[in-house]
Ligand binder design. Structure first.
Ligand code: ZN
Length: 238
């Protein structure tokens, strides 16, 4: 069986709010933490640029004693090439006839997890951490708890390993995610999440809101803004 160390974790870091809070969570919990990201031709490539800034600011230990190890950026051009979605093409963000948002990239998290596990196997990381969330999941079926649990079984069987897929945000909404960030790293971590993480589907970083940068109107911005308002104890505008 694969040798995996209990104090080593691999975090799927996209550069968004959720994956950044997951990275802070992991640094608070494991001795050695590495990150993996995927370049699949996503439209909001600005997220990828955020990753390095986030890593630099988190290397200072604001979230805990964990050592921030290597970053691994995986090129997945093939995923973009086979996906006709609003994430990778100039398609309007809306809900299509299946009831799923047009931002849905079919099977994305299944593919990401397969690559992450292959890397975690080589790097000896027992824990694979990802920021999926069933509460605010926009209907993406590959963010569901059952999907992740099924993937854990499949990966462990297929690699003869004992990975643990950690999803600290699975049952948290965006307000709880801000609260978790504060609990882990105080105001400095909240400030990092607001300033440096990217959520907006349109890749807009020209407008600064109290909750961070973004167009302010796409579904991802709306979710983040509403979560911030709830966490601040404000009544949402609508
Ligand atoms: Zn937006």
């Amino acid at each position: 069986m694969a040798h995996l160390a209990d104090d080593r974790a691999l975090v799927l870091l996209s550069g968004g709010q959720d994956s950044t809070v997951c990275l802070g969570w992991a640094l608070n919990r494991y001795a050695h933490v590495e990150t993996i990201g995927f370049d699949y031709g996503q439209r909001h490539r600005v997220e990828l640029a955020c990753r390095q800034v986030i890593r630099e600011r988190l290397a200072g230990g604001i979230c805990g004693p964990g050592e921030l190890g290597e970053d691994h950026l995986v090129q997945l051009d093939a995923l973009g090439a086979i996906s006709e979605t609003a994430m990778t093409r100039d398609v309007a963000i809306a809900t299509d006839e299946t009831g799923l948002p047009t931002t849905f990239v079919p099977g994305r998290n299944l593919i990401f997890l397969s690559f992450a596990a292959a890397l975690a196997y080589r790097r000896g990381c027992r824990h694979i951490v990802l920021g999926v969330c069933e509460t605010d999941f926009s209907g993406y079926p590959d963010c569901r708890d059952d999907t992740i649990k099924a993937m854990q079984v499949a990966l462990n069987l297929g690699m003869d390993a004992r990975f643990v897929l950690q999803t600290p945000l699975m049952w948290q909404d965006k307000a709880a995610t801000f609260a978790l960030a504060e609990k882990i790293g105080g105001a400095r971590f909240v400030d990092l999440v607001v300033e440096e993480t990217h959520t907006c589907y349109l890749g807009d970083r020209s407008l600064r809101h109290p909750w961070g940068y973004g167009c302010g109107t796409c579904p991802a911005c709306s979710l983040r803004a509403a979560g911030w308002a709830r966490w601040q104890g404000e009544t949402p505008a609508d």
